[in-house]
Ligand binder design. Structure first.
Ligand code: 5AD
Length: 340
């Protein structure tokens, strides 16, 4: 993680790209991201959606609005819709089940959920309703740092690594991941994060730089943990790309998105950089603009663009890649190979 030598880094990028091509091919799977609510009961120290942030206007999309996004997802020939929200108990369990059933009945889309740490009964019910995948980043494998930045809810102890195992046992494809360069995060803990990606046998790995949000305690520098400057992992593009490359090598079959946070750090070519160093997925944002403006997890978030959809496809062509067809799940790929 500390490597600075350009030649060694070039070799790392080369190996990651070769592993990506060998194991998941040149297709870039597109997932339509739909941010269905920005309400959140949690108080995460880093996130702009935290309950304590009264500067944002809260919204919750209704069923019709969400179904319109699903329609848009189909029109654009994306294989998957990702329904994401803060941890919002205003999203009632049966209502979401119903919506999942409708999407599965009326479209060919795979459905990915990212609803935070909901109780087991909810996760299980949504799986039974037909949800295919669940995203829950564990943010950092460093227990002390995690507890500092991620206060428990109603005294319930949170362990996202355990929750990911539970999700897997329910039959979901599971997505975990981390932020890179959280204040107090060491290089060593990043290496450990990758070991955990592998131990969990993650199907999807989401990695992005930590971007300070001024309306959060961590962003304002109020919640601090003292580690030496030499140990602090930077939240820059190169460190994030090292995490992409090493994760691809450690978990060759995983689906790894070039994330919005990476695109925010480098709007010109962050997407290409990610895709050339291990990533094989993009998540263009389908959330209607009026809602999206209030989904400020971090400031100046550069949504991977809908209206730039055409240019997105062109950007893929420019790096010799092509949009994926079908749902693009980890095991769909296997069944395609077997069908051949
Ligand atoms: N900077 C970067 N990523 C963030 N996330 C939340 N807040 C921030 C931030 N300030 C990421 C977390 C979360 C995902 C939805 O967004 O990793 O899991």
């Amino acid at each position: 993680m500390k490597e600075k030598d350009r030649r060694n880094l070039r070799e790392l990028w080369r190996q990651a790209d070769a592993s990506r091509r060998l194991h998941v091919g040149d297709e870039v799977h597109l997932r339509g991201l739909t941010e269905i609510s920005n309400h959140c009961v949690r108080q995460c120290g880093y996130c702009g959606l935290r309950a304590g942030n009264s500067y944002i206007e809260r919204y919750r999309m209704n069923k019709t609005e969400i179904m319109e996004c699903a329609g848009e997802c189909v029109r654009r020939e994306y294989g998957t819709i990702v329904l994401q929200a803060g941890e919002d108990y205003g999203i009632k369990t049966p209502a979401l089940s119903n919506l999942i059933q409708r999407i599965k009945a009326e479209t060919p889309l795979a459905v990915t959920l990212s609803m935070g740490e909901r109780p087991l009964a909810d996760l299980s019910e949504w799986r039974n309703a037909g949800a295919d995948r669940y995203l829950l980043r564990f943010e950092t494998s460093d227990r002390h740092l995690y507890e500092l930045i991620h206060p428990a809810y109603k005294g319930r102890k949170s362990d996202r690594i355990v929750t990911l195992r539970v999700l897997k046992s329910l039959g979901y494809e599971i997505g975990g991941g981390v932020m890179v360069g959280i204040p107090g995060q060491t290089y060593e803990s990043l290496a450990r994060d990758i070991e955990i990606f592998r131990e969990l046998d993650l199907d999807m790995i989401g990695i992005g730089p930590y971007l300070p949000h001024p309306q959060t305690p961590l962003g304002r520098g109020e919640w601090k943990r003292n580690i030496s400057e030499a140990e602090q992992a930077p939240n820059d593009e190169e460190t994030t790309l090292k995490m992409f490359a090493l994760s691809r090598i450690a978990c060759p079959e995983a689906n790894i998105p070039a994330t919005t946070a990476l695109a925010t750090l480098n709007p010109q070519s962050g997407i290409e950089a990610g895709l050339m160093r291990g990533a094989n997925v993009l998540m263009p944002d389908l959330t209607p603009q009026r809602f999206r403006n209030n989904y400020q997890i971090y400031p100046d978030r550069q949504a991977i663009h809908d209206s730039h959809d055409l240019s997105l496809r062109r950007r893929l062509e420019n790096i010799d890649r092509r949009p994926g067809v079908g749902p693009g799940g980890r095991f769909d790929r296997l069944s395609e190979i077997i069908a051949l």
